[in-house]
Design a protein around this ligand. Structure first.
Ligand SMILES: CC(=O)N[C@H]1[C@@H](OP(=O)(O)O)O[C@H](CO)[C@@H](O)[C@@H]1O
Ligand SMILES: [Mg+2]
Length: 547
């Protein structure tokens, strides 16, 4: 395939022309904005995905499969977005992001071709004339089908001389990551939705059996699916594992009303507002032996919670608490083995509550790493461990297990059920990306094996009062950070922040520009809610000088 399909690309480019002065940027979460502006971006992303596939060859010099996911996660219903998934199921490498930005900002086909053509020709010459390979899916947003069809229009016009693809229509983001990886690595799984469900349920049921746990004794879970794709997929999953069905209640599952997505519900709403979502009242949330859980719009984030009737209080079990619970389970299982030399680490961001970091260091005695915001940064750090547990406080995260982990534990699997359980956790917990369904199953299993309830889980440590504020400034790009975003280099206000922090009991505060919104975020935490509010207000004031 040495020839470049110039005519076809030009024809489709002109069908979906970019705006006059485009200023798109491939950021933390790919491209994300009001759906009406995304047509030309979809075309660019489809082209980059083709070139990326041509550039990633397998051992037989064939292009590997690349994923395209159309979603805007927890954003409001009128938004949409798109991101590219690499062959291993991880995110597009950062050094490809500028190319995505550059291509999406070409306002003429001539400019577009001048960038893409040399890359297309360079990479396709290595592939022995094999076509690029792509998989594509979307969440349930109303704009999803139209945006997906722009990619399909391009793929069909190019014909299978240039590209083979499979359209999965509706999937959760983590399903698409799983499927992309499975296309490239058959040992990872069967590249279908059913393959994904079976991998989850088989590992779950086997873990329960190994640990003599009866399904009926598992905690009951009420899932708020944010009226998003996670609702349909949880239903499909339970159809394939009928024995689990009675343990799950589903609310906010209305995917027929496009305007209901993420509205007053879902993981982001619950975490940000620290309160129950619509559809779950305090009576349901205070039921004994019940855990509530919220997914976000594309089901890659999970937060859990319940209502403490005695103290009339909403109790959030966020990403930090989930990371700690999974670490406790893993440490417990490892402690049953005669020996091991596995490196375990927990990766958080600066937004992790200080109390959780103290617990990791002082009680779990595990290394605690602070990565920059954005899961790709956490994922990258987690890969440095044999067991890398990473979670953002907002509930996006997973546990990555290395090849060495599998080799080491296989030595014990016949004699120690804990070794077998650990090996099965590698199947249960999505190895490509944070996954609300898979993480929820891991939480349920953890509570059961550790024999604790949600209340005991919440008492592992107590969050320091914290506050996340947002300040709109003239130019957020003038805010430059260092030390995993915990210190400002520019503008020169760090010494003032430091002074405020020193004078606050257990104080901590940092300022960083958002990667997804045109604003600067201010985080503060302190020993009491009053001190926290004061610290937050004072740091916000410093930042407001740049508004
Ligand atoms: C404080 C916070 O929650 N920030 C979020 C948010 O990033 P910002 O760069 O802070 O806008 O969106 C990211 C993508 O979804 C997510 O990874 C991250 O955790
Ligand atoms: Mg999401």
């Amino acid at each position: 395939m040495s020839n470049f399909p110039s005519q076809t690309l030009e024809c489709i480019f002109n069908k979906y022309p970019p705006p006059k002065n485009p200023s798109f940027s491939y950021g933390t979460a790919g491209f994300r904005m009001n759906a009406s502006k995304l047509d030309s971006v979809m075309f660019s992303v489809a082209c980059i995905a083709i070139v990326r596939s041509l550039s990633c060859l397998n051992d037989s010099n064939e292009p590997q499969t690349i994923g395209i996911m159309i979603t805007a996660s927890h954003n409001p219903p009128e938004d949409n977005g798109v991101k590219i998934v690499d062959p291993f199921g991880d995110m597009l490498p950062q050094n490809w992001e500028p190319l995505a930005t550059q291509l999406s900002n070409c306002s003429s086909y001539k400019d577009f071709e001048s960038i893409i053509k040399p890359l297309w020709i360079k990479y396709s010459s290595n592939t022995l004339n094999k076509p690029a390979s792509l998989v594509i899916a979307r969440d349930t947003r109303e704009s999803g089908p139209k945006l997906l069809n722009i990619c399909i229009d391009l793929f069909d016009s190019l014909t299978n001389k240039y590209i083979t693809y499979k359209n999965f229509n509706e999937l959760t983001t983590p399903e698409l990551h799983y499927i992309t990886r499975s296309f490239n690595d058959s040992s990872f799984g069967i590249p279908t939705e059913l393959g994904y469900y079976n991998k989850l349920s088989n590992s779950l049921l086997e873990i329960l059996k190994l640990n003599n746990i009866n399904i009926n004794s598992l905690i009951n879970t009420t899932v708020d699916a944010a009226n998003g794709v996670g609702a349909d997929k949880l239903i499909s999953f339970l159809k394939t594992s009928p024995s689990l069905k009675s343990k799950f209640q589903l609310v906010n599952s209305n995917t027929n009303d496009p305007l209901a997505l993420n509205v007053k519900c879902g993981a982001d709403f619950v975490k940000t507002n620290q309160k129950l979502p619509n559809g779950i009242d305090s009576k349901i949330a205070s039921n004994e032996n019940t855990l509530c859980a919220s997914f976000d719009g594309d089901a890659d984030r999970l937060v859990c919670y319940f209502f403490d009737k005695l103290n009339n209080k909403f109790i959030l079990l966020d990403g930090d608490k989930i990371a700690i619970l999974l670490s406790r389970l893993i440490s417990f299982l490892i402690s049953k083995l005669p020996s091991n030399n596995l490196k375990i680490g927990i990766i958080q961001t600066a937004y992790a509550n200080g109390a959780s970091t103290n617990y990791i260091i002082n009680d779990l005695k595990l290394p605690s790493i602070c990565a920059k915001t954005g899961v790709k940064h956490l994922h990258h750090e987690a890969l440095k461990f044999d067991i890398g547990i990473y979670f953002e406080a907002n509930g996006h995260g997973t546990v990555l297990f290395s090849d060495k982990f599998s080799i080491e534990l296989k030595k014990f699997e016949n004699d120690y059920s804990s070794a077998k359980t650990l090996l099965l956790l590698k199947d249960l917990i999505n190895q490509t990306v944070g996954d609300a369904l898979s993480d929820l199953l891991a939480v349920i299993v953890s509570l059961s094996i550790l024999n604790i309830d949600a209340n005991e889980w919440s008492n592992t440590y107590h969050d320091l009062p914290n506050k996340l504020a947002k300040v709109v400034v003239k130019d957020r790009n003038m805010f430059v950070t260092t030390d995993a975003e915990r210190k400002l280099v520019e503008p020169p206000i760090q010494k003032f922040i430091d002074e405020l922090v020193v004078n606050t009991t257990f104080g901590r505060s940092f300022v960083r520009p958002s990667g997804t919104e045109d604003a600067v975020r201010v985080y503060a935490e302190a020993a009491t809610a009053e001190e926290c509010q004061k610290l937050s207000d004072e740091v916000v004031k410093l930042v407001e000088n740049y508004s």
